[in-house]
Write a protein that binds this ligand. Structure first.
Ligand SMILES: *Cc1c(COP(=O)(O)O)cnc(C)c1O
Length: 385
């Protein structure tokens, strides 16, 4: 059978019921209110407090990351991550062409520029085979043994793989390429809290990983983020920079470098801790939602539903369908038809190198990313559906 825009709306309605349906909404049915009230009563609503300590501990236990540094959002976590890896102005950082704009923006904050590479179909993450070929073709090692882009003359100094919609990217293969070219990896696992490759949590493979607790993510702090690392030195530098680089002292204000006010407030940690306690419940609801979409949409030959890659457990943060080559020309008709019925679907992001700030950024050929850009539609994905 062929999925038409009208049929998609009908199938979604069967699953989500009546009324306006947004792409993703948070659920607050745990300890959110009581923790928030307790936090306010304690007067520790700002940059230190027990909820921060507890949340760091819980995330550390759950992800297996030795160190967790909570910050005010995922973007600042990425920025700090790049800082502690030593990324500097006039360098380039490898970023997939398909990701949320924050991944690229964080590179810009350091003065470096993103260098966009192609993605693969299974996870929508960086294609490791393509990456190896591309780096082999366009780089050389200079006298200091640094990796240099032949065309721009700039040093390539890190890679940021992203796990899109919660599906783990091919991080093990990407790490092999990173090792061959001696590049540190910062994992953008903003969308993949609760997603594992065998028993290892996304964000714990590279030197550093990042989580986001924005309002649209699988759990929310209102706004928040975290840096994950097993490296004590990187952890303490990240923590120091996130707290205005202030040296401990009874009363004196001594800051030994330009730090950032990136600390997560205790108030946000109180909300996030309550959310975290329901994470596994949200994941099982989302996995269940996937199976419901899958049994409704399986009969259509011109689309496929995005699935967790082999050997992985995905959190299924956002459900997504992929339109085949003939159908993707009509993508906007699917979106318009759904919007008419107040079902607020979303296409995947525009490839970042077409956005104004990134028009001149270096890039590989993006054959697959260009196809994916036109063919992916996210379906309503709230855990309570
Ligand atoms: C949400 C998100 C971020 C940024 O997180 P914020 O907390 O919104 O700053 C970064 N990268 C990806 C892939 C994201 O989805």
């Amino acid at each position: 059978m062929i999925l038409t825009p009208i049929a998609l709306v009908r199938e979604i309605r069967e699953i989500v019921g009546e009324g306006p349906i947004s792409l993703h909404e948070p659920s607050f049915n745990g300890n959110e209110k009581s923790y928030l009230i307790d936090c306010i009563r304690s007067s520790y609503v700002s940059s230190s407090g027990l909820y921060l300590d507890k949340l760091e501990n819980e995330i550390s236990k759950y992800t297996g990351s030795k160190f967790v540094i909570l910050v005010c959002n995922g973007t600042s976590a990425l920025h700090l991550g790049l800082k502690v890896l030593g990324v500097k102005e006039n360098q380039e950082v490898i970023v997939p062409a398909i990701t949320f704009v924050a991944t690229a923006n964080s590179v810009k904050y350091t003065g470096a520029t993103p260098h966009f590479v192609d993605v693969e179909d299974e996870s929508l993450g960086i294609d490791p085979i393509n990456l190896r070929n591309w780096l082999s073709k366009i780089t050389f090692r200079n006298k200091e043994n640094k990796l240099i882009n032949k065309t721009t003359g700039k040093r390539i100094s890190a890679i940021i793989p992203v796990s899109i919609f919660g599906h783990p990217c091919k991080i093990r293969d990407i790490l092999k390429v990173a090792e061959e070219f001696n590049l540190p990896v910062l994992e953008d696992s903003s969308e993949s809290l609760g997603s594992f490759i065998s028993n290892d949590h996304t964000g714990t493979f590279g030197r550093l990983g990042v989580l986001s607790f924005n309002g649209n993510k699988i759990i929310t702090a209102g706004g928040g983020g975290a840096i994950l690392t097993n490296n004590e030195k990187l952890a303490s530098t990240a923590r120091h920079l996130s707290t205005t680089a202030k040296l401990p002292h009874k009363w004196d204000f001594i800051h030994d470098e330009v730090g950032y006010n990136y600390r997560m407030p205790n108030l946000n940690a109180a909300l996030a801790l309550a959310q975290f306690q329901n994470l596994e419940k949200f994941i099982s609801q989302k996995r269940n939602l996937f199976f419901r979409y899958n049994s409704a949409l399986d009969k259509y030959n011109n689309i496929s539903l995005l699935k967790e890659p082999n050997g992985c457990r995905s959190n299924y943060w956002l459900q997504a369908i992929k339109l085949d080559d003939n159908t993707s020309d009509f993508r906007d008709e699917f979106l318009d038809e759904a919007f008419k019925d107040k079902i607020y679907l979303r296409p995947v992001w525009n490839i970042l190198c077409n956005l104004k700030p990134y028009k001149d950024a270096p890039k590989s050929s993006l054959t697959n990313a260009l196809k994916i850009e036109k063919s992916i539609i996210n379906l309503p994905s709230s855990s309570f559906l």
